[in-house]
Write a protein that binds this ligand. Sequence first.
Ligand code: 1GP
Length: 254
Amino acid sequence: MNPTLIHQLQELKTFGRKAFAILIDPDKADNENLAKILDRVEAAGADLILVGGSLVMGNEIHSLVPHIKSLSRVPVVLFPGSMYQIVPEADGILFLSLISGRNADLLIGKHVEAAPILRQTPLEILPTGYMLIDAGKPTTANYISNTFPIPWDKPGIAACTALAGEMLGLKIIYMDGGSGAQKTVSPDMVRAVSREISVPLIVGGGIRTAEDAAAIWESGADMIVIGQAVESDPGSDLILHIAAKKNQLNLKYS
Ligand code: 1GP
């Protein structure tokens, strides 16, 4: 039997291994760019493909996910901004509770509506404490969620929030500066959160280089997410450089 995605993520934390995910925004993925990205995803051995966004304007996600599945063996996990982004052909779904905010709908309300729909799909449910971090400019996620992000320089708030999320039973913590963030989540904050939790830690937002990725990994993130840097230059070798850095770190700590 294949280990579940949650089990694979937990193993990263347990064995100190690093992983990365490529985020594909369904509104921006034309076929030509997608083919370039998936080529590199396969060649580099990316660990996960995330699909979704805080605001998705078109309906392409429903054909995009099966299309990606037909071109790549990398597991596809939904990163949904709304219930319209539930696609049963994916492998799993980040069931996100926005624990950095105080918007009841995004903490539990939408989940109540989505639960009976998700129960009818084969999707693996990945219960995730989602934390938005202020990373220099208002992001779509902040605007759409109508919540305040955690201040960039308050690692203590982030650590307590993540700890509470784990105590509530969430299986993953995802800290996100938002797509196109001006700066990444601070290494200090990643360190503070990583120290407090025993569930896997995903960090994304504003990661543009292999060096950015390394700094976040070395501070304690188990998986990093890259979206805009790949999307804005799909033909670049960034994914390959990030994979090389990951392999180097995994060798160093093995
Ligand atoms: C956004 O964490 C993701 O939700 C990725 O961010 O697009 O800035 O890489 P970027």
